[in-house]
Design a binder for this molecule. Structure first.
Ligand code: ADP
Ligand code: MG
Length: 362
């Protein structure tokens, strides 16, 4: 298990639909996961993430759709024949068994002889940095250790595909941050195709090769963390990932206007009936010297300033009533430098930070 699995499998899901009465848990979902890729399903509670993972694992049969692992159709294959390791949203460990009993369970099901089983269990435990913990009882472990036991159980039979459903959501923030890096390293080491579920956008950005943003049983966008953040396809994605404010803009010939003034743009304008200008708080800045010729300038009035230690957050009201949030780094001497409530300010947005998104259906 210290070797990269050379035979990680790609996943190809096409047109997967699953309804529960009137609820479309999955609505015609298609998803391609590359061999060895770490792909995250990110979405709010109830968006269909667990259902999709259960379809991949074989615990849920979709109403329609096809599912292939490395070219082989899987829809009728039962879970234990799919070669998939899984961690569940609750740890789903057996509380009365030892750590080794839990981790060895999938091997026992596969009738692996005892001598080999013990060696593989210990190897899996070492991989998650729990070597020597085999004899412990589950209730003697911390949350982070339980989570690692669940991961060890999922990887012990060296699956070619690993599915993880919100594995870190029960942990406190410090441990979660640490485990995110650990799971990422584990993936680099083992190399299996991984589908990871979270509702935490920062976790998704930290861990993933690519992210599929899910809402109401549909994939809203599938892209790299950077592309999702910098070029969200629609308002839902822009809202869900990072903070942003939106201003209504209009089209006039080939030009885009905000409050009657032409915007300097850095990218092509999307084809959409309704356009919004998305502003990330850290991309817009204060210009104490007033308007700049090379940027989009917004005259505004300071509505609120919040000191947050490493940064400050400023809310400003534009002439047309629109609100813009701006985040800047704090420095010594800020007390004199930062505007006060009621002060007139100029906000500058560089053309390359001017992101227009499809505002319809938001
Ligand atoms: P998520 O994991 O993103 O929170 P789920 O996949 O668990 O979302 O659920 C998606 C939708 O399907 C929700 O509206 C949920 O209530 C519904 N759902 C999921 N499983 C069942 C089930 N077994 N019976 C009825 N409705 C279900
Ligand atoms: Mg879920």
């Amino acid at each position: 298990m210290t070797e990269k699995s050379g035979d990680a499998l790609p996943i190809s899901a096409r047109g997967i639909t699953k309804t529960y009465g009137p609820v479309h848990a999955l609505d015609d979902v298609s998803l391609e996961v590359d061999s060895g890729e770490f792909l995250t399903l990110l979405g709010p509670s109830g968006s269909g993430k667990t259902t999709l993972l259960m379809v991949l694992a074989g615990f849920t049969r979709p109403d329609r759709g096809s599912l292939k692992f490395g070219g082989r159709e899987m829809i009728r294959t039962p879970p234990h024949r799919r070669g998939v390791g899984m961690t569940f949203q609750s740890y789903a460990l057996f509380p009365h068994m030892t750590v080794a009993g839990n981790v060895g369970y999938p091997l026992k099901l596969r009738r692996v002889p005892k001598s080999e089983l013990d060696a593989r269990v210990e190897r899996a435990l070492k991989t998650v940095r729990l070597g020597g913990f085999g004899g412990r009882r589950i209730d003697q472990l911390s949350g982070g250790q339980k989570q690692r036991v669940a991961v060890a159980r999922a990887i012990v039979f060296e699956p070619r595909i690993l599915l993880m459903d919100e594995p870190l959501s029960a942990l406190d923030k410090k441990l979660r941050d640490q485990m995110q890096i650990e799971l990422r390293h584990l993936h680099e080491k083992l190399g299996m195709t991984t589908v990871y579920v979270t509702h935490d956008q920062r976790e998704a950005l930290t861990m993933s090769d690519r992210i599929a943003v899910v809402n109401h049983g549909r994939i809203m966008q599938l892209a790299t963390p950077r592309d999702l953040y910098e070029r969200p396809a629609n308002r839902f994605v822009a809202d869900f990932i990072g903070d942003s404010t939106f201003l209504a803009v209009s089209r006039s010939g080939g030009r885009i206007l905000h409050d009657g003034k032409e915007l300097l743009l850095g990218a092509p304008v999307p084809e959409a009936g309704e356009l919004l200008l998305m502003i990330r708080p850290e991309r817009i800045s204060l210009s104490p010297e007033g308007p700049r010729a090379d940027a989009n300038n917004f005259a505004a009035t300071t509505a609120e300033v919040v000191y947050q230690g490493d940064s400050f957050l400023l809310h400003a009201r534009l002439a047309d009533g629109g609100m813009v949030a701006l985040r800047g780094a704090t420095r010594r001497g800020d007390a004199e430098r930062l505007p006060s409530v009621g002060d007139a300010v100029t906000l500058c947005l560089a053309p390359e930070d001017t992101v227009l998104i499809d505002g319809s259906g938001s």
